[in-house]
Ligand binder design. Structure first.
Ligand SMILES: NC(=O)c1ccc[n+]([C@@H]2O[C@H](COP(=O)([O-])OP(=O)(O)OC[C@H]3O[C@@H](n4cnc5c(N)ncnc54)[C@H](OP(=O)(O)O)[C@@H]3O)[C@@H](O)[C@H]2O)c1
Length: 282
């Protein structure tokens, strides 16, 4: 059956960069699936999209809690049941500074920012391939530079240790870049291309879990609006050349990430371990 609209699934689209990304794609005529923790907090975005597109099916909520792999599986199944193509998967949701473990016992930032998205992408991979040309865009961060020792494998299955959660956030964002690069290799010649990116320093709610005394310091930096912060994700989703698959972007340009993010051995190890960890949910 012919589908009149291109379809995109975005995680964490109720606020911030994800919301701005969703609004732009809606204006461009995409049919959107907004995956997040709360229908109540996403409804305002759905209402806005319905209004600007004058289409009641322009945006659909999918329940997704990335900190629980059971929820990730349910979210993917719900989407697949719509029997629609998937042209764009935007792995945008993320947290910084929150501490603890995911439902399956992974360090919280790693579990949410990397492992939840890893499983979601695996479960949607076939649909992406059958919808090609398609893209997977993963919102990483320049903060991956702070992961100076690469991935600390021995700390991934225990609660967040650092006081501010910065180290763990940095590692999860390094994992985003390694994942996107490795995914491009797995998807070579399928018509599905992958991109990771730093959105800039953006005035969003992402800092809400960082210790209170640090927040004014963070706010001293010049920040982009969420709409400006969505520009690189949108560039990767819509305009970046497909032959540039697997690369990392900043300010709508290819950027070289740290040597850890280019370490193929680490990328393979992350892929293999992640696959093993999510296998009970596949
Ligand atoms: N802002 C920046 O300066 C900056 C810089 C570099 C990278 N980034 C990255 O940009 C992305 C978007 O962040 P943002 O700045 O737009 O922050 P934000 O406004 O806090 O948005 C984060 C989104 O992630 C969702 N989320 C958090 N935990 C989740 C979970 N367990 N399951 C499902 N969704 C979850 C949030 O949902 P709830 O509303 O339910 O919490 C929210 O929709 C993140 O990956 C972040 O790491 C941001």
């Amino acid at each position: 059956m012919e589908h009149p609209y291109k379809t995109a699934l975005i995680t964490g689209a109720n606020v911030g960069i994800g919301r701005a990304t969703a609004m732009d794609l809606a204006r461009k005529g995409y049919r959107l699936f907004l995956a997040g923790r709360s229908l109540e907090r996403t409804q305002v975005v759905i209402d806005e999209i319905t209004e600007i597109t004058a289409r009641t099916d322009a945006a659909t909520f999918l329940h997704l809690d990335l900190s629980d792999l059971r929820s990730v599986k349910k979210c993917a199944e719900t989407f697949l049941d719509f029997a629609l193509p998937l042209h764009l998967l935007i792995n945008n949701a993320g947290l910084a500074g929150a501490k603890g473990v995911s439902a399956q016992g992974f360090e919280l930032a790693f579990g949410v920012n990397h492992l939840g998205h890893f499983l979601l992408t695996q479960l949607l991979r076939e649909r992406l391939q059958s919808s090609a040309p398609a893209r997977v865009v993963t919102v990483a961060s320049r903060a991956h530079r702070l992961a100076r020792d690469g991935i600390s494998w021995h700390l991934l299955q225990s609660p967040t240790r650092s006081f501010t959660g910065t180290q763990e956030y940095a590692q999860s964002k390094l994992a985003n870049i390694l994942f996107s690069a490795q995914l491009s290799k797995k998807l070579m010649n399928t018509g599905v291309t992958t991109y990771s990116l730093h959105p800039g320093v953006v005035d969003t709610e992402v800092w809400r879990e960082v210790p209170r005394f640090l927040r004014p310091v963070l706010k001293l930096r010049k920040m982009l609006t969420p709409e400006q912060g969505a520009e690189t994700a949108l560039y990767c989703a819509l305009r970046a050349p497909s032959q540039e698959t697997g690369l990392y972007y900043d300010s709508c340009q290819i950027k070289k990430p740290t040597h850890h993010a280019l370490d193929e051995e680490q990328a393979i190890q992350l892929w293999d371990r992640s696959l093993q960890w999510v296998s009970p949910f596949m």
